[in-house]
Ligand binder design. Structure first.
Ligand code: TYM
Length: 331
């Protein structure tokens, strides 16, 4: 059976990259009645030093954000990773078949560890925990943005390796990428980089919870290039093309239609058009998020229901893992 799983870290506010690359895809799948499990990956958010108070607030805010975006907790299982201990346990089992050489090769590890003198072990084994998230539910499909592709590849390898050594246990999960336009939204300050929660410059990203004024000013200041026409060419003109992608998403118009419509505008004028379109799209989502944030009792109840539903599946699968590994001693 088809089962879709994905996760998102509760570090900082959710931005348009997360939304276009992942969340919007989740909503579509959910609304097509797919079996969807979504994990607030809080254990992944402690790999680098963090403030405990911020983390717990971010977890609640993320739950509110996902509901505000349209995740329906009746249809989709929404839960907190640390509430289901099976993830951490399977992570250990998969860690035992992972090699250090393989993990050291992953681009996200290289990037994040490059500036560190002492590298936390958690940063190194981060992708093993991510593989465990997916395999705990025997997921068949994983909808993510492009930056997650290598991590899912590791998951596929670990699933194959486990199956070969210990008998058929896990399906090999497929990666689902929304499209090349939305799978990698760029930083507004440096279009050679992806829009990211961890970029120290807040102007590089548009968060769903930004004020309307901030959204407008960030888009107006977005870095483009010296050409004033509006043309779509992601390789040669990543800055404007990124704005066109965002614009196309929020208006549901094709990139070609947009370029024809705005012919004659310069990039400065075009930014105003994009800002207006983004604001109209984001405003109702913001209002919905704000309503959920004020109802913490409800959010906790949703997370608790999610925990119970997720645990049921996870524990069943973990039992089989124990058996296949020979951990279960017959009486
Ligand atoms: P995270 O929290 O960094 O991002 C959540 C999702 O948003 C996507 N994304 C983007 N998509 C397009 N353009 C961007 N600029 C952009 N930035 C982020 C990400 O690809 C992701 O889909 N390790 C994961 C969380 C995770 C997970 C999992 C995902 C934990 N366990 C199991 C899938 C399956 C992460 O840090 O995502």
């Amino acid at each position: 059976p088809k089962r879709i799983f994905s996760g998102i870290q509760p570090t900082g506010s959710i931005h348009l990259g997360n939304y276009l690359g992942a969340i919007a895809q989740w909503i579509n799948l959910q609304n097509n009645n797919e079996d969807l499990i979504l994990c607030i990956a809080d254990l992944h958010s402690i790999t680098l030093p963090h403030e405990p108070e911020n983390l717990s607030r971010n977890i609640i805010e993320l739950a509110a954000t996902l509901l505000g975006c349209g995740i329906d907790p009746e249809r989709t299982i929404l839960f907190q990773q640390s509430n289901v201990p099976a993830h951490a346990e399977l992570s250990w089992c998969l860690g035992c078949i992972s090699t250090m050489a393989r993990l050291a090769h992953l681009p996200q590890y290289k990037e994040k560890s490059a500036s560190l003198k002492d590298i936390p072990l958690g940063l190194y084994i981060y992708p093993v925990l991510q593989a465990a998230d997916i395999l705990t539910y025997k997921a068949t499909h994983v909808p993510v943005g492009e930056d997650q592709i290598q991590q899912i590849q590791l998951c596929q390898e670990l699933a194959r390796m486990f199956n070969n050594r210990y008998g058929q246990t896990f399906p090999i999960p497929h990666t689902l990428i929304t499209s090349s336009e939305y799978g990698r939204i760029k930083s507004l300050r440096d279009p050679s980089k992806k829009m990211s929660k961890s970029d120290p410059d807040a102007k590089s990203r548009i968060c769903l919870t930004d004020s309307i004024d901030d959204i407008v000013s960030k888009i107006k200041k977005a870095v483009t290039d010296c050409t004033s026409q509006v043309t779509y060419n992601p390789d040669e003109r990543p800055g404007v093309s990124n704005l066109i992608s965002i614009h196309s998403f929020v208006t549901k118009k094709s990139v070609g239609d947009i370029c024809r419509e705005v012919e004659g505008l310069n990039t400065g004028q075009y930014k105003t058009v994009v800002a207006d379109a983004v604001v109209s799209y984001v405003k109702p989502i913001q209002e919905s998020i704000a309503r959920y944030i004020n109802d913490q009792g409800y959010l906790l109840e949703i997370l608790n229901i999610g925990k119970n539903r997720a645990s049921e599946i996870a524990n069943e699968n973990l039992k089989q893992v124990h058996e296949n590994l020979g951990l279960k001693v017959p009486l």
